[in-house]
Design a protein around this ligand. Structure first.
Ligand code: KIV
Ligand code: ZN
Length: 513
């Protein structure tokens, strides 16, 4: 089999999605799961962008084993040196150097002549190569560049030691046929020994199709992100690229990826939970309805033979999360065992707290399945992260006749804090009470409610974004009651705001591609 390398950029391009702000612990958690999933390369971040980005890339390079750990860099030596500093501890590392080659980017953004860009590319790649043998080069906005000039710059990069040429369709303008032709043109024009990679944005909804056209034309690396996260409309969705290649092995004859597809659904849920970006219900491969059959005729067909209406076995992508794993009689041992199986390793106080929360929920919800468990543990407790405020109780009064009123008791570890608040509805009142108790106020810029699984006792899952005077943070809360879930989500966002305020540089992006 000819391997198509999967280069995951969830933590770099994906993190550039508006409103996503992952801290180091969350990035590490995702990187560990990407390693479990079997990606070949993790682009862990853009180290020069901020101290927070640097710290996260360095932490991942130090502890995540398996994939190559890549850091993004512009061509300037300061960028390259910083990228190397962050990734140098990795078992295998890569510096990903980029500079724009399209006329509009060179003239309006870089204010450089084509010759200057060529010289920059050569110097940046050579500098990166002085640190590591594994250097990737990207001519940013490659698809809209003059192909001859783009190939000249790529040739300079290869001559200076780049082993991978990544051809970005930065603004998602390409159509599959054109993009495929561009990949073929690179092979015909640039001499040397290199792997060609695709990097397609989804502005026309064609990122996956374009990436696959690249593969058909010889690309052997695809840059993609879990759930298709990324700038604007996002990048090619990793799960879709991988499953298209696998499912249509008749078409992609002789090529495959090294992805452990059974981990796809879990990875998608984790990324959704930590980024606060919900997965569309009908999203291919990982959406909750991707294997649901509604029409009677379909249900009948599937019962007779799954293949009447399914081209993929749900189990193959880890979509069978409905099996019951625990109930209210389960003990701490079974609980911790189940978490371990999900790759959630909790110990000490974190395990005790998670177990208490699990028991509370199991009292109200008979069956706790895998998806519930993940949501409870990670959304409510935030693995390994110390939260300033925790919820002790929430009581509500009022309704359609009387103004809704909420009473909340929180603890900040040292003492209990009580406060109350009124609002237009129960959720509004609960949020007002938490704002009063914590002193953190702001504007809710996003608010989504859904259920973790199906059924009347499904856990309500609330994802929101809070803008507290310019400090933006996402929060997620899970509970059997939607008001409580909303309050927990709000508190999670408040805790994150407090953490970010303590480390303001974490979110200050100095630069961005
Ligand atoms: O879209 C793009 O061009 C990028 C590059 C930095 C590879 O993300
Ligand atoms: Zn991109």
């Amino acid at each position: 089999m000819d391997r198509v390398l999967i280069f995951d950029t969830t933590l770099r391009d994906g993190e550039q999605s508006p409103g996503i702000s992952l801290d180091v612990g969350e990035k590490l958690e995702i990187a560990e799961q990407l390693s479990r999933l079997g990606v070949d390369v993790i682009e862990a971040g853009f180290p020069i962008a901020s101290d927070g980005d640097f710290e996260a890339v360095e932490a991942i390079a130090k502890s995540v084993r398996g994939p190559v750990i890549a850091g993004l860099s512009r061509t300037g030596f300061k960028d390259v040196d910083r990228a190397w500093e962050a990734i140098r501890h990795a078992e295998r590392n890569r510096i990903h150097v980029f500079i724009a080659t399209s006329e509009i980017h060179m003239r309006k953004k870089l204010r450089m002549t084509p010759d200057q860009v060529k010289a920059e590319a050569g110097a940046g790649v050579a500098r990166a190569r002085s640190y590591t043998d594994d250097v990737e080069f990207s001519p940013e906005d490659g698809f809209r560049s003059d192909p001859d000039f783009m190939c000249e710059v790529c040739q300079v990069a290869v001559d200076n030691g780049a082993a991978t040429l990544n051809i970005p369709d930065t603004v998602g303008f390409g159509l599959p046929e054109d993009y495929g032709k561009l990949i073929a043109y690179v092979f015909d024009t640039v001499t040397g020994d290199y792997v060609v990679s695709t990097h397609c944005h989804d502005d026309l909804g064609l990122a996956v199709a374009n990436s696959l056209a690249g593969v058909t034309n010889g690309a052997r690396q695809v840059e993609c992100a879990i759930n298709g996260l990324g700038e604007r409309a996002g990048n090619a969705a990793l799960e879709e690229v991988v499953m298209a290649i696998k499912t249509r092995s008749d078409y992609f004859a002789g090529v495959d990826t090294g992805i452990r597809t059974e981990e796809l659904a879990r990875t998608s849920r984790m990324v959704s939970r930590l980024t606060g970006y919900p997965v569309q219900f009908n999203k291919a491969i990982v959406g909750r309805n991707a294997f649901a059959h509604e029409a009677g005729i379909h249900q009948h067909g599937v019962l007779e033979d799954r293949e009447t209406y399914e081209i993929i076995d749900a189990g193959l992508v880890g979509q069978e999360a409905a099996q019951i794993v625990l109930g209210k009689h389960s003990g701490r041992h079974a609980f911790s065992d189940s978490l371990d199986k999900l790759g959630l390793h909790l110990q000490g106080d974190a395990l005790n707290q998670a177990f208490v929360r699990f028991k509370e929920l199991a009292d109200r919800k008979v069956q706790i399945n895998e998806a519930d468990l993940e949501a409870i543990v990670a959304a409510e407790l935030g693995l390994g992260i110390v939260h300033k405020f925790a919820m002790v109780s929430l009581d509500l009064e009022g309704g359609t006749q009387r103004t809704p009123h909420a009473y909340v008791t929180l603890t900040d570890g040292a003492e209990k804090i009580e406060a109350d608040g009124e609002g237009n509805g129960m959720i509004d009142a609960a949020i007002a009470a938490i704002a009063a108790a914590t002193g953190v106020t702001g504007e809710l810029t996003e608010f989504h409610v859904s259920s973790v699984t199906r059924g009347g006792d499904a856990l309500g899952d609330v994802v929101l974004q809070l803008d507290a005077n310019g400090v933006r943070a996402g929060g997620r809360g899970v509970a059997t009651d939607v008001v409580e879930a909303s309050a927990r989500a709000y508190l999670a966002a408040v805790n994150k705001v407090v953490r970010l305020r303590e480390r303001p540089e974490v979110r200050e992006r100095a630069v961005g591609p």
